[in-house]
Design a protein around this ligand. Structure first.
Ligand code: PMP
Length: 407
């Protein structure tokens, strides 16, 4: 049994301690966004109360301090992902912008008519549409790895799609809609055999366990700060240095230039080449504080606790015959998507909220996989380490009341 000091951990998250609709809040929407520990809130307040200044080139103390904290934050993300160089870490607004950046720079340069790009059927819209638009624009083919009824991608199906015209493979590490964990290391190794580059959408992975981009050998890895206990509006693009150096810039303006004259412009070195304009300084500093917070905890113990939460949820779900689980992959993160037969997911969500239980309902920005299952959406409970077994029980006790009301 794992011994985590959950009381202490929960005290670190002030938002958890409130009543919603007359009940103690049970927050099970962590795949949509995670809450922020006091350390992150303090880091944001400190930055704005003490150090607020624009970064780089400032000729004064505040700017020096802001620059130092901002660049230290980059170093923390580098360590967090086990990247080789800090200039391989590019700040973006989030996963969505990171993927768009790669599709519009690397993708535009390397994907041509007759080539193909491979994704899975379980992608979030943000890892579908940028590739779909690129393929439509250049006359390339978007190929989709099939996913079975359990929500597992077909590895054989992937190998069948992969050929010498495959220029890019972009796959989700953990599905936000189903919780399935994809075998990204094996995907990367196979893609590299035909010379294709690989992006891993780590939006749902980084909060659950340690990711090592050097060991994975991925070409790009992307995630959002707000799903990692950090602020919104900040995200990360990791890219291999040689690729980032060769790619064209994404946006143009201040910070990303070296020399500008009306006869021409040269671009800044990494990572600034991809960071046009004033960055989200506070966001980067807040994200670094979230990483510091996590590094003060035993991440293996956190992961084991999340597994226990999922196990309890699966057990309780199995006791209710009307519950149909959506996504039963063997290898799964702490996400439980389900339907209650005879009830619309939105009605279930509303009735759970009335009992203080926060879940997400709908298509979870993954309409194609919902279409495959012929359902409009699901009810999704997504757990993280600050959740308790008692909260899992509260969810199912609330579901039993919903059943009495709706069925
Ligand atoms: N990919 C996955 C797997 C996600 O879960 C999400 C967020 N739901 C995104 C991409 C998009 O992240 P963001 O909205 O923070 O850019």
């Amino acid at each position: 049994p794992v011994t985590l000091d959950l009381d202490k951990i929960r005290k670190d998250f002030p938002i958890l301690h409130q009543q919603v609709n007359g009940h103690p809040l049970v927050y099970l929407d962590n795949a949509a966004t995670t809450h922020k520990p006091q350390m992150v809130i303090d880091a944001l307040a400190d930055y704005y109360s003490v150090n607020n200044s624009n970064v780089h080139r400032g000729a004064h103390a505040l700017s020096d301090r802001a620059t130092q904290d901002f660049e230290n934050a980059r170093g923390k993300v580098q360590n967090f992902l086990s990247a080789r160089f800090s200039e391989e870490i590019i700040w973006t607004r989030g996963t969505t912008e990171s993927i768009n950046l790669v599709a519009q720079t690397y993708g535009s340069e390397h994907v041509k008519a007759g080539d193909n790009v491979i994704i899975t059927a379980m992608e979030h819209h943000s890892n579908i549409v940028p590739w779909q638009m690129l393929c439509e624009r250049v006359g390339a083919e978007l190929r989709v790895i099939p996913v079975n009824d359990a929500g597992e991608m077909a590895f054989d199906g992937f190998l069948e799609l992969l050929d010498e015209n495959t220029k890019f493979v972009s796959v989700v590490h953990v599905s936000n809609a189903l919780g399935s964990i994809n075998p990204v290391k094996e995907i990367i190794a196979e893609a590299h055999k035909v010379g294709a580059k690989v992006l891993v959408d780590g939006a749902q992975a980084v909060a659950h366990w340690e990711v090592d981009v050097t060991d994975l050998d991925c070409d790009f890895y992307v995630f959002s700060g707000h799903k990692l206990f950090g602020p919104t509006g900040i995200g990360v693009l990791y890219g291999k240095k040689a690729l980032l150096e060769a790619m064209p810039p994404y946006q143009f303006g201040g910070e990303m230039i070296e020399q500008v004259s009306f006869s021409g412009t040269t671009f800044n070195k990494l990572p600034y080449k991809y960071e046009a304009g004033t960055p989200n300084i506070a966001g980067a500093i807040g994200l670094a504080a979230a990483i510091d917070y996590l590094s003060g905890l035993d991440r293996h113990a956190l992961a084991a606790h999340e597994d226990a939460l999922l196990e309890r949820a699966k057990q309780r779900a199995a006791e209710i015959p009307e519950i149909q689980l959506v996504g039963t992959a063997k290898n799964k993160a702490s996400v439980l998507s389900f339907l209650i037969k005879g009830a619309h997911p939105h009605d279930v969500g509303t009735l759970l909220d009335q009992q203080g239980v926060a879940v997400r309902t709908g298509h979870h920005c993954a309409m194609p996989i919902m279409e495959q299952y012929c359902i409009p959406g699901t009810v999704r409970a997504s757990f993280t380490f600050y959740n308790t077994l008692e909260e899992v029980d509260a969810l199912f006790d609330a579901i039993n009341k919903v059943k009495m009301f709706l069925l």
